[in-house]
Ligand binder design. Structure first.
Ligand code: HEM
Length: 482
């Protein structure tokens, strides 16, 4: 048996909690999770009940989507990182959790996110992504700024015409155009997707994650919830009904991303497999990730108010002036802007669930206890609880823009986990950390820079979350210098 680093001096206890009667226990837990309690209360109430941030429970969706819903929950900053250690845990087919969507969505291939690093294909495909991201590095800033310009012009027009504007649709469209151009070298409008790209991708993404979601209606609307639960969580989505959608997306990528696919062939990946992987990274990881996270930034920065806006605008404008433009060097000097972005990634991480199976008998630990885990058991981390651990972060529920500024602030980056790794570490071919880490942070920083070069302040209204928060822009105050 191996044990995690300094667990020896902690008392070893058996893991509290349980799974109940087979099948029924999973259904009861699922109803608590989606309807009776809701996600955060589900976890918080069990922490209270078991007096432990590590416990056993069934995780949604359960029967019949998932063959085995039993997990060990990790809900603090100390136990969570075991999920990153691929020498101790296996990450095969656990990207979406205890169930895996049909490979019909991905042309019959298990794409990179579902592969364990021990599978030789994983290294090759991850190498392919590192290579694409590196080859486009110098293009990112000018390319993104041109799409952001469109985004803000459209937003301003709508706000001045209607007095307010939905942010999500405009943002989704422009970020989709950007990511398609980034990977495929073409504007999607020049392909058969026309202007329908985001809709066709949404149609392809939603069924893959639907078993994880709910309309969020209150528990007393039981009849509606029963119907939702049956269609969303019990039945498996018939992926064959969307084969036409996958083909349309696949053809658009295949005919456009010729340079990237040539590179894949050079690395040793077949064109069809590379194209399905590229389609997934473009549509699910990149477009899907930005679809969630850009509105999340608008939410938290918007709600933080004029004081923080003034400070961000001052930093961004002075550094851009000093450096003679929006350059990599300039972005690096913007300490508050960087901190604000990390704080958004901490307080509302865009990918909230991480799973992995113990490869061997293990001892894991939280702040005060060590626990034995058996080979083959499923570990599950709910990231918002790990990155809002009150033993690590002061006022964890508060959005503190300056949290990561300065030497002490930077030490806390060790506990920012959004990329499936510590913020202080970088992804490698042989681990499972997100290979888009630096790209995502670059894109988000440029987004904040463009926002505060153009506007002094803005106000938002936040609606019910779907895939990420829905944001309505209520006002935009233009910068007099722009
Ligand atoms: C806001 C945007 C993004 C977020 C929040 C995000 C987050 C994540 C997370 C949490 C994982 C690990 C999932 C797991 O195994 O449990 C992951 C994996 C991955 N991400 Fe990202 N990601 C984003 C954007 C991107 C981009 C732009 C790329 C493009 C290269 C990318 C490519 C991947 C790939 C290929 C994997 C699988 C890695 C592996 O198998 O080793 N992601 N991402």
């Amino acid at each position: 048996m191996s044990s995690s680093s300094d667990s020896n001096h902690l008392p070893v206890k058996s893991i509290p909690g349980g799974y109940g009667i087979p099948f029924c226990g999973a259904i009861f837990d699922r109803y608590d999770y989606y309807y009776n309690q809701g996600r955060d209360k589900f976890f918080a109430s069990r922490i209270q009940k078991y007096k432990s941030t590590v416990f056993r429970t069934n995780m949604a969706p359960g029967p019949f989507n998932a063959s085995d819903p039993r997990v060990i929950c990790l809900l603090d900053a100390v136990s969570f990182p075991i999920l990153f250690d691929t020498s101790k845990v296996e990450k095969r087919d656990v990207f979406t959790g205890t169930y895996m969507p049909s490979t019909t969505f991905t042309g019959g291939y298990r794409v990179c996110a579902y592969l364990d690093p021990s599978e030789p294909k994983h290294t090759l495909i991850k190498r392919f992504f590192f290579s694409i991201v590196a080859s486009q590095h110098d293009q990112v800033i000018p390319l993104l700024r041109s799409y952001l310009s469109e985004l803000f012009i459209k937003l301003e027009d709508k706000v001045s015409q209607k007095g307010e504007s939905s942010f999500n649709t405009i943002s989704d469209n422009e970020f989709f155009n950007f990511v398609f151009r980034f990977y495929c070298g073409k504007d999607p409008a020049e392909t058969k997707l026309g202007s329908k790209g985001p809709t066709l991708f949404d149609l392809w993404i939603y069924p893959q994650v639907a078993p994880l979601g709910s309309l969020g209606l209150p528990g007393w609307l039981l009849p509606i919830n029963l119907v939702e639960d049956f269609f969303l969580h019990t039945l498996r989505f018939p992926a064959w009904t969307l084969k036409w959608d996958h083909k349309k997306l696949y053809d658009a990528v295949y005919t456009s991303a010729t340079e990237a696919l040539d590179e894949a062939a050079r690395i040793g990946i077949g064109r069809e497999e590379a194209c399905n992987n590229l389609l997934f990274v473009l549509g699910f990881n990149s477009y899907g990730g930005m679809k969630i996270f850009i509105p999340t930034i608008m939410k938290w920065v918007g709600l933080a108010g004029e004081g923080l806006h003034r400070e961000l605008a001052a930093e961004i404008r002075s550094v851009v002036k000093e450096e003679g433009g929006v350059t990599f060097g300039a972005l690096d000097k913007m300490t508050l802007t960087k901190s604000v972005l990390w704080e958004a990634l901490r307080i509302e991480p865009p990918v909230q669930f991480q799973y992995a199976k113990a490869k061997e008998d293990l001892v894991i630990q939280n702040h005060d206890t060590a626990f034995k885990v058996k080979k083959g058991e499923m570990l599950f981390g709910y990231q918002p609880f790990a990155t809002k651990d009150a033993k690590i972060f002061e006022n964890p529920e508060e959005f503190v823009g300056h949290r990561f500024v300065g030497e002490e602030g930077e030490k806390l980056l060790n506990y920012v986990y959004w990329s499936n790794g510590r913020e202080t570490e970088n992804p490698k071919e042989e681990d499972k950390q997100c290979p888009g880490k630096s790209l995502v942070e670059l894109v988000c920083r440029v987004f904040l820079v463009e926002l505060f070069l153009r506007y002094d302040t803005f106000t938002v209204e936040i609606g019910n979350p779907g895939l990420g928060p829905t944001v309505t822009i209520k006002s935009l105050v233009k910068s007099s210098d722009f």
